[in-house]
Write a protein that binds this ligand. Sequence first.
Ligand code: NOJ
Length: 694
Amino acid sequence: MRFLGLLLPLVLIMACSSDVSESLINDIKKEKFKVSSPDGKNQIIFNLEDGVPYYSVNRGEISILAKSRLGFELQDIPDLKDNFKIKSKSYNKHDETWTQVWGEKKNIRDHHNEMRITLQEKSDLERELVIVFRAFDDGIGYRYEFPEQENLQEFNIMDELTEFALTGDHTAWWIGAYQWNRYEYLTRTSPVSQIDTVITPLTMRTDDGLYLSFHEAALVDYSTMTLERVDGLKLYSNIQPWHDGVRVRTQAPSVTPWRTLQIAENPGDLITSYLILNLNESNKIEDTSWIEPAKYVGIWWEMHLDKSTWGSGDRHGATTENAKRYIDFAAKHGIPHVLVEGWNIGWDGEWYADGVVFSFTEAYPDFDLHGVAQYALDNGVRLMGHHETSASVEHYEAQMHDAFQLYEELGVRAVKSGYVGHGQEIFWTDEDGNRNFEWHHGQHMVNHHQRVVELAAQHKISLNVHEGVKDTGLRRTWPNLMTREVARGQEYNAWGWGEEGVWDGNSNPPNHVLLLPFTRNLAGPFDYTPGVVDLLFDEYRPDNRVNHTLAKELALYVVIYSPLHMAADLPQNYEARPDAFQFIKDVPVDWYDTKVLHASVGEYVTIVRKDRNSEDWYLGSITDEEPRSFSTNLEFLTEGVTYLAQIYRDSEDANWDTNPYGFVIEEIEVRAGDEFPLELAPGGGMAVRFTPID
Ligand code: NOJ
């Protein structure tokens, strides 16, 4: 579109002989500017109408977003929403391939066209607002920039007016925002016209068969965007407010997060879209040698099963002896990290009600922290640290420098953190001694998490954040921010409940993990903690269970991406099932490439990934309660090479409900182009390792 500025005088002088040039001139008069993706399919149109900024989005002939408003309402100073003129505009093309430190794909292409519009107020203040649009083949993104300027210094945003005017009552997969249990809910399915205010990623299917996912990228020093349906099919960016109603406290110069819309012709292409990462800044950590994608085991599931306790006493899980047992197990099976929860003082009583009880440096008397950490190092593994804050952030911040220092001294390279607490429970004390309560996903917490990730990097520590802020691709900039939970994971299978209108049983329903790849996982890695092989655990929690077959549980290691993946079950359960455990030991967590072979939101998905450190490929295929038969011709394998396929599949009579352990392991030789059948039982799955043998 760079040509537009150059050709404009020429176009105006020339007689307008064709419809095309007439519409071009009309567009220019109405101050309408466009940018298209490199393949020409996705188009963003910016439009200044009577001084008010709008944009719309098309894919080919299809209108995806109709005219949608842009701008801000500010506190105590004039808004930045109308009375604008266009000061300048520029266009840019970008095509670069960059390498992830770790990830689901090693090399990622960032290919987009950019349009930058600088707006200036017509009033005396003459304040400027820049809107940068990027069009990619897999969607679009845009953000606002507040440039440095005399008449805009520190200011408060009372409302971001960004709209997404949908053009149809699409099917939406969603979770409501502003709920007490944060993001840990089951995903609902309904027409968009039935949603109220929801979290992102928000995924949709249009009647034209397109798949859309709305989210944001690079959430830094700003508050989380939720989407509120207003006015029929229009969504508006409802930014989570501070306690006093201010949405964002900021200053010029600054930028907002990118508002993103991924567009795909099939749902699998949403999974292999790297648009969110492409809109984040490149890596800021120079030496990344200490950042290690890895599996871990730990003293964790046994507390969720109520076999042992976080708190001290007879049933204390985090004892020196028990930790050494896990370390021996990890060392024997080549699993690099051992998580220990409940070693530090504070877990007695109602720790989840207020985290001020926690010490992050003092151990219970039955846990020899230094001795256990050294025992781990002597055996070639490391402790994974744990900081449960119960969302008492002030209390944690007062100790976290010492806490990270201690872990670094103990050879710890990864810390799991936790922010259990009500969605709006986080407080901070202001100068007058008032306790102000904030949302889990507001700017207060976004900034807290940023402080933690930067502090952790100084101590060469990677993070696995539970109950944190949703992922917006910051792992590209801070690759030590490796994984997070921020969704309903495996632990709900131990003690969770259903939700009215979605699932009336306990635990997660069989289709839960069929929704995650197309919703939560589009944001980034998820510490789901797969690998429970004792699916029924009647001895501990008879009302709950894992609602999968064993083969499906294994397939989750490939389907759900995380660079830190847990082998969640108890060592004794793995020792009783060495057949299934072999796959968990073999499967890598860092990938050269990812492809999606079959996909239907909430129903089934087959993903293949190539190991980053070998020529092996892995396949994971899972289904909801329906049995499925698929075929693939293995075209992802290297031609001319014979592979050994180690197949972990459902038996003919397997069924998630009645026969979850129906399980077969077999080995066959295959080559690229071979027909390879996949038979999945109801609630079942299949996991395969392909290793070259010649
Ligand atoms: C909730 C986390 O998701 C879980 O993994 C952890 O065990 C508990 N909090 C205690 O920190």
